[in-house]
Design a protein around this ligand. Structure first.
Ligand SMILES: [Zn+2]
Length: 552
């Protein structure tokens, strides 16, 4: 017995020594570990990982368990891995939208043929109520593009008080004239062109509601897309009392309905649109009063972000963080396509989560960099970046101490590439730094082919940008090693057409995860470089969020 015990102690010591040796020679990221995560997270058992469902909870628990097994510390404020995220599901039932012009018959606007309206948000204080009625009336004010952009010396409001008014604005950025080709980013969309910005600006100004005038050409999508996206239930965060009060309603109006409405008041929308393209534009009071009655049925859900930390090794720098993020949620169970109703979201975004789990595992085994590494697996991206927005509003470490965010939304399942795409590469020093790092390996960053689509504003890194953190989403490019030119682009089209947000985005045994290893390794190397670097990432001076970064 005694001899055996001594032997087992010796074995234990040998195991400890081996463990220590492993810490010095970290195991590289492998395709097998990514494959293991990906198979599980995208399996039918997880039922498409919708927030606040059993499958979603399983995904979050799996991520936390993996982090614990790797030795990544819990990163949420309560000492767990879970940051609770409240989500309101709001179904707005507008029952009347009328517009009155003095001396004219009242116009009744048809829903959803003329207008689509939904709740601007539910105040936190009302989060125990299930039905909230909206009765609001206000004068319609045409406010051009609804933009106030000091960096472009542009202000559509010109000091007009629009409290209690219902604003009517145009979609997109103001157009860049030939004399000023870089106005509002030129061909690229800036945040001022996004509908989210326009609603937020209206809130900051105390407006009662806002209608965006839809034209297919300007919006880039037809009216039925507006109806499909906004006439059903909307998911939103309960309104944080530190933010401006929500609008009573948000909405879209068709170009023809707005034109007819304005004509009744003697105004020509086509002419107003031309005026709105000028810097000298002033908002126009229409004299039309719009009244809206609707009932909002509210359901309260709770989901979770999963947060882990690897503390930095430098006592001074460890309070600063390089944050890496990936959304774990997908669409859950939905309408069946070819007999399959589970929206597994293998590429979107079980793949990114799997990559980031591999990064976390490998990072624990490498020597810790000076700054800390923060892993944030966010929920409810598919409902409008809600999990990351909640994290941005309630960061588990001060936002000013997060020096960068690297997001992965869509891992690579097609093999290794010679190029990479960074959403946000032209907005901060992160783009050139990443390009420089990979150029040493013979690789390059490919420019965004569609800057006019505003993808930068549509992934979770943007929630970090909104609180001032220089951020990018990192993904594979389309130049695949060992494949003919054009193959990568063809694969992307195939994905968009046949699998994007469909039940067919599911695990396939023919995934080539060599590219996932390549991408994960680059994310880890880049995060490590930033976490050890003397120079902190900086916004470019013309980036929309540059002035949110406190001077340091
Ligand atoms: Zn998606």
């Amino acid at each position: 017995m005694h001899a055996t015990r001594t032997l087992s102690l010796a074995l234990a010591c040998a195991a400890l020594a081996a463990g220590a040796a492993r810490a010095q020679t970290p195991a590289p990221i492998t395709a097998n570990e990514i494959d293991g995560h990906l198979r599980f997270l995208s399996s039918d058992l997880l039922e498409g990982r919708a927030p606040a469902t059993r499958g979603g909870q399983l995904a979050a628990q799996y991520i936390a368990s993996q982090l614990r097994a790797f030795g990544v510390r819990p990163g949420a404020a309560d000492g767990s891995y879970f940051q609770r995220v409240p989500i309101d599901v709001v179904r707005a039932e507008p029952n009347s939208v009328r517009a009155a012009t003095q001396g004219k018959a009242n116009a009744q606007l048809r829903m959803p043929d003329d207008v689509v309206l939904w709740s601007g948000g539910i105040p936190q204080s009302m989060s125990n109520t299930d039905n909230i009625d909206t009765n609001v009336a206000g004068e319609l004010v045409f406010a051009g593009y609804g933009a106030t952009a000091p960096e472009y010396r542009w202000d559509d409001f010109k000091g007009m008080d629009v409290k209690g008014k219902i604003l009517v604005v145009l979609v997109n950025d103001p157009p860049a004239p030939a004399s000023e080709p870089n106005l509002f980013g030129g061909r690229a969309m800036t945040y001022y062109g996004r509908w989210t910005y326009k609603f937020e600006e209206a809130e900051r100004r105390g407006a009662a509601g806002m209608l965006i005038v839809h034209t297919t050409e300007q919006a880039g999508y037809p009216w039925h897309t507006v109806v499909g996206s906004w006439s059903g239930e909307q998911r939103m965060l309960p309104r944080d009392p530190r933010l401006p009060a929500p609008l009573a309603f948000r909405g879209w109006i068709t170009d023809s309905a707005a034109t007819a409405l304005f004509r009744q008041a003697g105004l020509d929308l086509a002419q107003l649109r031309q005026q709105a393209a000028q810097r000298s534009f002033r908002p126009v009071s229409t004299g039309i009063t719009m009244s809206v009655t609707m009932r909002n049925r509210v359901q309260h859900l709770q989901s979770e972000n999963v947060v882990g930390v690897i503390p930095g090794s430098d006592p001074q720098l460890a309070r600063e963080y390089v944050a890496m993020s990936a959304h774990w949620d997908h669409l859950g169970i939905g309408p069946a396509v070819n007999g399959d109703s589970i929206y597994n979201g293998a590429e979107d975004n079980a793949s990114g989560v799997s990559d980031l789990l591999a990064v976390a595992r490998a990072a624990v085994q490498r020597p810790a960099p000076g700054r800390s590494l923060l892993f944030v697996f966010v929920t409810a991206e598919e409902s409008g970046l809600l999990g990351s927005a909640y994290f941005g509003q309630n960061p588990t470490v001060p936002a000013a101490n997060i020096v960068a965010n690297l997001n992965v939304d869509g891992g690579n399942i097609l093999g290794t590439t010679r190029d990479f795409r960074l959403l946000g590469d032209t907005k901060s020093t992160l783009g050139p730094r990443f390009a420089q790092m990979i150029s040493g390996r013979g690789w390059r960053v490919t420019a965004d082919d569609h800057p006019e689509r505003g993808y930068f504003y549509r992934s979770d890194h943007f929630s970090f940008a909104k609180v001032g953190v220089p951020s990018v989403s990192i993904g594979a490019g389309s130049d695949y090693e060992g494949k003919p030119a054009g193959w990568g682009a063809q694969q992307e089209e195939d994905y968009t057409e046949h699998r994007y947000h469909q039940p067919s985005d599911e695990y396939r045994p023919d995934f080539d995860l060599s590219g996932a290893v390549q991408l994960s390794t680059l994310v880890l190397d880049f995060a490590t470089q930033i976490a050890n670097g003397a120079e902190l990432p900086r916004w470019n001076p013309d980036a929309e969020f540059a002035n949110l970064r406190p001077a340091r």
